[in-house]
Design a protein around this ligand. Structure first.
Ligand code: NAP
Ligand code: ZN
Ligand code: ZN
Length: 346
């Protein structure tokens, strides 16, 4: 065991504060990572405030982790000391079910073991990236390509893969007309990735406040959803809508923007349910779908894709003691476009 510094929520809804936690000894197949940067995902806030239900405290959030390998176990074959690596939303899974075998560990039938707010295979709580070090089995560690700076790479480990995976699954590419609903942490990555995949990209945001940014990030069009004319003008336009909105929405209105056979895939995880008039699906044989992060192999594929296309996150680097303020800004949609904690300040 080793004691390391961390930022933790001591209880639900309590502000995060500096503390120490224990990390397990480096096992034969483990990698010890010196964390350099940790992204702040809206999921950190949902969980630290128990918006998704009962959680484990103290909680050290953070599943967008970028750092350097500091030590490897005797059986580790993929990583060496000094390698640039990342860890995303989960740190283990059963490795044997049909989904694990297909590289879809996020859908493991036993449930993937989340990077924090979970119990590991020994029944010990997992602690995330708002800390100076983490010990992870090498099979759940990603390689960050040399051309990607670690600070802008960190958010790729959740925001990047969570948007890349559905965009690939629904075959986004040249000739496809895609709308990105909500331009926050996930949404701004979706704009960059969909543009990198060659699609025509439209942002649907609450207002036009971030229009210039959206166009710079690669969007071809930008509309405000607060303007009713948007829904008249764009009716029947899109092959795919990807929503990363963190609050409940009237999906019926957005389904009207799809072509026949179009899909609205949702990755946002609001704390309350939505209601939907099913006529909004049957009229145009439309699909309403969901998607959860991405598997390990696909996450590596995404990192390599981002490196080839020069895609990193747009970040605001913060000190650890600014994290509570950052949470409030995320909650008021005042994020441009991902807060990243400089872990040296913990
Ligand atoms: P974020 O940075 O806060 O972005 C969410 C965006 O949604 C905001 O920037 C805003 O975009 C829009 N929005 C927020 N409140 C809204 C409202 N009341 N009405 C309409 N639009 C609203 O959050 P994030 O980190 O990208 O995460 C987004 C959601 O995805 C969260 O619920 C998170 O838990 C979830 N998530 C899911 C997965 C998964 O695997 N499925 C992975 C990671 C995160 P505009 O300002 O452009 O309107
Ligand atoms: Zn996340
Ligand atoms: Zn499994």
């Amino acid at each position: 065991m080793s004691t390391v510094a961390a930022y933790a929520a001591p209880a639900a809804k309590a502000p995060l504060e500096r503390t120490t936690i224990e990390r397990r000894p480096v096992g034969a197949f483990d990698v010890l990572i010196e964390i350099k940067y940790a992204g702040v995902c809206h999921s950190d806030i949902h969980q630290a405030r128990e918006g998704w239900g009962e959680a484990i405290f103290p909680m050290v959030p953070g599943h967008e982790i970028a750092g350097i390998v500091a030590e490897v176990g005797s059986g580790v074959t993929s990583y060496d000391v000094g390698d640039r690596v990342g860890v995303g939303c989960f740190v283990d899974s059963c490795r044997e079910c049909e989904y694990c075998k297909q590289g879809l560990e996020q859908y493991c039938v036993e449930g993937n073991i989340q990077t924090y707010n979970a119990l590991d295979k020994n029944g010990q709580p997992t602690y995330g990236g708002y800390s100076t070090h983490i010990v992870v089995d090498e099979n759940y560690v990603l390689r960050i390509p040399d051309s990607l700076p670690l600070d802008v790479a960190a958010p790729l480990l959740c925001a990047g893969i969570t948007t890349y995976s559905p965009l690939k699954h629904w075959n986004v590419g040249p000739g496809k007309n895609v709308a990105i609903l909500g331009m926050g942490g996930l949404g701004h990555m979706a704009v960059k990735i969909a543009h990198g995949l060659g699609a025509e990209v439209t942002v649907l945001s609450q207002s036009l406040r971030k229009k210039d940014d959206g166009l710079k990030l690669g969007a071809d069009h930008y509309y405000a959803t607060s303007d009713p004319k948007t829904f008249e003008e764009l009716a029947g336009t899109f092959d795919l809508i990807l929503s990363s909105v963190s609050a409940p929405l009237d999906f019926g209105a957005y389904l009207s923007l799809l072509k026949t056979d179009g899909t609205l895939t949702n990755v946002g995880a609001p704390e309350e349910p939505i209601s939907l008039n099913l006529f909004s699906l049957i009229g145009g044989r439309k699909s309403l779908a969901g998607s959860l992060i991405g598997g390990i192999a696909e996450t590596q594929e995404m990192l390599d894709f981002c490196a080839r296309h020069g895609i990193g996150a747009e970040i605001e680097l913060i000190r650890a003691d600014q994290v509570n303020e950052a949470y409030e800004r995320v909650l008021s949609s005042d994020v441009r476009y991902r807060f990243v904690i400089d872990v040296a300040t913990i």
